[in-house]
Design a protein around this ligand. Structure first.
Ligand SMILES: O=C(O)C[C@@H](O)[C@H](O)C(=O)CO
Length: 272
């Protein structure tokens, strides 16, 4: 059985509140990254008291109200399906604060966590503030929405990004890793992948492997699955006919995304 692939496991935690995925330091090999996916029916409320963790609340689909102390952000969220490929709204909430997320419509919310001690202001990250990038060429094309990149100082540790990969293409490719705390050459960042497929019966392949192959897993990943990347390279291949979406959460000792391409495959980048 895979240690890195998490299937959805729905738990109703309150009326109208369904926890679909839950990754914590207790139930996973990750120390810096925590992750939840929560489904809300209209009017249902999910509340949480954060201890020494910060949280980025991403309105994956549907509309939600978010409140954290005095701060209230009503009717946020921009899309009914992630495959509309438009950026969405998110809210950053710092450690030792409480928040409530209420479904306005049927909604799916991602909660991205990392340990944190230093309180920062609660912040709405509007859809239009996402940095949009088109990366790659040939069969390596993907669209990236930078929700919380390292250039945005709103968080202590969290990095959050969503990636759309076209049918028949590859992403997180050529294979790269960020598992050495060796700046300026490479940063140590754990990572989680929350995957969706269009249409939903699709699947993608993701390989997670280290240089010494102490980790080497190739997974068939389905809609709603989460893949954990404690270390190593982590490329994704998307079969013809299906589109892929994933939400990445990264965190580590230093909030810098400095990756290292696998030298054997770096030539992919240099094609004319
Ligand atoms: O550019 C991509 O294909 C996305 C990846 O960079 C992804 O966000 C990741 O692996 C981050 O380390």
């Amino acid at each position: 059985m895979s240690k890195l692939l998490r299937k959805p496991n729905t738990i109703q935690s309150a009326p109208g509140v369904t926890i679909v995925q839950e990754v914590t330091s207790e139930n996973s090999p990750l120390e810096y990254v925590g992750f939840k996916v929560v489904d809300l029916t209209p009017g249902a409320k999910y509340t949480e008291n954060l201890s020494k963790v910060e949280c980025c609340i991403v309105a994956l689909t549907g509309k939600i109200n978010v409140s954290a102390g005095e701060e209230v952000f009503d009717n946020i969220g921009t899309r009914e399906s992630v495959f509309e490929k438009k950026p969405t709204d998110s809210v950053y909430v710092s450690n030792d604060r409480s928040f409530e997320v209420e479904g306005v419509t049927q909604a799916r919310v991602a909660l991205c966590y990392s340990p944190s001690n230093n309180q920062l202001p609660t912040k709405l990250i509007k859809a239009e503030e996402n940095g949009i990038e088109n990366r790659g060429k040939y069969s390596n094309k993907r669209l990236v929405h930078n929700i919380l990149p390292d250039s945005n100082p709103s968080a202590n540790s969290l990095l959050v990004v969503e990636v759309f990969t076209e049918s028949g293409n590859w992403s997180s490719y050529p294979p790269h890793k960020h598992d050495q705390d060796n700046l300026p050459h490479e940063s140590f960042l754990e990572e989680s992948y929350y995957h969706e497929m269009n249409p939903q019966q699709g699947f993608v392949f993701q390989r997670v492997y280290t240089d010494d192959r102490s980790i080497d897993e190739t997974m068939a990943v389905e809609h709603g699955d989460v893949v954990l990347v404690p270390a190593g390279y982590h490329p994704v291949g998307v079969p013809d006919g299906y589109e892929s979406y994933y939400l990445n959460v990264m965190a580590g000792p230093t909030r810098i995304w400095k990756f290292h391409n696998e030298p054997a495959h770096e030539w992919i980048l240099n094609r004319k």
